[in-house]
Design a protein around this ligand. Sequence first.
Ligand code: PMP
Length: 320
Amino acid sequence: MNKPRFVYFRGEFVPFEQAKVSVMTHGLNYGTGCFEGIRAYWNPQKSELFILEMRAHFERLKKSAHMLYMDFSESVDELCRLALELVKKNDYRENIYIRPLVYMGDELIGVRLHDLHPELAMFCVPMGDYVKTSGLKVCVSSWRRIDDNAVPARAKITGAYINSALAKTEAVKRNYDEAIFLNPDGHVSEGSAMNIFLVRDGQLVTPAVNHNILEGVTRRAVMELARRELGLETEERSIDRTELYVADEVFFCGTGAQIAPVVEIDDRVVARGEVGPVTLKLMEAYRRAVRGEAEAYLSWVTPVYQERKIELPAMPAHNA
Ligand code: PMP
């Protein structure tokens, strides 16, 4: 993966090589951190890079940090400004992924969340597809999703991603592309790093927010696109495992995953094993919206370089 030129670390922008933490760092030893993943899409026609749902991600970061007693001083507005400056400094003209990270920076032994000091860092890297978008073959994981009363999935906690990593690697080692988690109670939760939707009899269905899911920004965007573009409301409810096998369409969604159709689950084809019509329409609407091509969804995106394009007034003619 290409390394960025500059990253934000301990209150300043520094060359990538200088942003280093100690081996004793609390966040590294105990997974005491939280993070976000934000995409920005390059639009060549507009010569502009659009950051997708930046505020929503930073609002979620503040909430994740709050759950972990990691309240840090930067406001959502400040975080947005830092992200914009970071991207500009790296001067990217391609699709990128921005990773804000808050971690306990203390160098000490002791499992706890109190009397520790959160540090904020941010970096960005170029990124293409995180999973393929032509049709995924997935399995239901033998690993269960972390439960809200053990490790809250609602917070995007660094240490919690061992749960996702176990499921993803199990799936890949068994020759599947991805995994679907069930909750401890046996109902469908989400993918390893993405939310899940089903289409059943013309109805969009997704697990409700109290099913140990990360409350995805893309999940919300998909619901809005479905309502406004297809006239489809989404039912948020608990989903049985076997509903996966009889669904008309299944897709994942997430910042990384974007909208990624699932065509096979546990060696059973989903419907005819092709990308379904509702998924296709949502993918196309999403593709346009995230690149700042759809007027109706311009509020989702923040242009990075716009001020460079402001036309300067013509210089007054120098009268001879
Ligand atoms: N669930 C998990 C576990 C994730 O890691 C992600 C990716 N952030 C998602 C869902 C999708 O969330 P979002 O659409 O906000 O990226």
